[in-house]
Write a new protein. Structure first.
Ligand code: IPD
Length: 277
């Protein structure tokens, strides 16, 4: 129900603020790489792990029966039918270098409902609440399903009516070198056809920038559910059309997000650029 979503959103908001303060304190004390994950460029810092642990304990204190899917930890199976999808620090490389584009991303989703609620080709059909906080700027983006997307009390709306050749398009790159080679090839086809490309370095903030009209479109292959669950709901509630991938732990599908007209044009361009979208 709308009231339940509002309560979940308020809790996600409070937890994100708490976690953001803790991560920002840690950033000020200094950050180093703790380990590499899938490839030598796929890094994790102690702060990613500590922040996820903090978020996990705050969720379980308030809602012990919910499940949790986090980037740095194993899945916690809940019994309530609701799952929290958490990226403690999205934009870890920016965080490591003290570039101010990294975010805490927290979403709440109805388990297993993505296909039923979202329908083929859409995502986040089952995501009921999402919060993305940029601790460096203090900006917090939030949305509940059917309740619109907001930042600092103002409703967010994507840019409408932008033709492809005037579109500012964000994208991102995965960590595996074969994926990056394919992403670079696609970029060869895209860059000459649009206003420009941005690589912000945080999928969650890319989707919020789209929601806020600061970019016109975003696409990326190889995201995980925690990268796009909260930002995807925020962008959709701001009027974006988003196709592929469904929620899931590892996903090689392409996510494309933009106002509906531009979305269609961008998918066609990506196909010409050799993408199977
Ligand atoms: C990464 C960021 C980046 C995107 C990568 C993600 P992480 O998340 O969102 O912008 O291009 O695909 O893996 O590793 O910093 O949480």
């Amino acid at each position: 129900s709308a009231a339940a979503s509002a309560d979940l959103l308020a809790l996600a908001h409070a937890i994100a603020v708490h976690a953001g303060e803790s991560a920002l304190d840690a950033r000020r004390r200094g950050v180093s790489v703790a380990a590499t994950k899938s490839t030598p460029t796929d890094i994790v810092t102690a702060v990613d792990r500590d922040t996820e642990e903090l978020i996990r304990s705050l969720i379980l204190d308030a809602r012990p029966d919910d499940g949790i899917v986090g980037e740095e930890d194993d899945v916690h199976i809940g019994t309530s039918g609701l799952d929290w999808i958490v990226d403690p620090i999205d934009g870890t490389v920016n965080f490591l270098y003290d570039l101010p584009s990294w975010a805490i991303s927290i979403a709440v989703a109805e388990r297993g409902g993505a296909d039923a609620a979202g329908g083929a080709g859409s995502i986040d059909g089952a995501t009921v609440a999402g919060v993305v906080l940029n601790p460096s700027s203090g900006e917090l983006f939030e949305a509940s399903l059917g309740g619109g997307a907001h930042a600092a009390g103002r409703a967010l709306a994507v840019n409408e009516g932008v033709p492809l050749h005037q579109a500012l398009v964000a994208t991102g790159f995965g960590y595996a070198s074969d994926l990056r080679r394919r992403q670079a090839e696609v970029l060869l086809g895209v860059l000459p056809e649009v206003r420009d490309i941005r690589r912000i370095g945080s999928a969650a903030l890319d989707l919020c920038a789209l929601a806020a009209g600061r970019i016109d479109a975003y696409y990326e292959r190889g995201l995980n559910a925690w990268d796009h669950a909260a930002g995807g709901l925020i962008a959709r509630e701001a009027g974006a059309r988003i196709t592929g991938p469904h929620g899931g732990r590892e996903n090689s599908e392409l996510l494309v997000a933009a106002a509906p007209d531009l979305h269609e044009e961008l998918v066609a361009l990506l196909r010409r650029a050799g993408v199977d979208a």
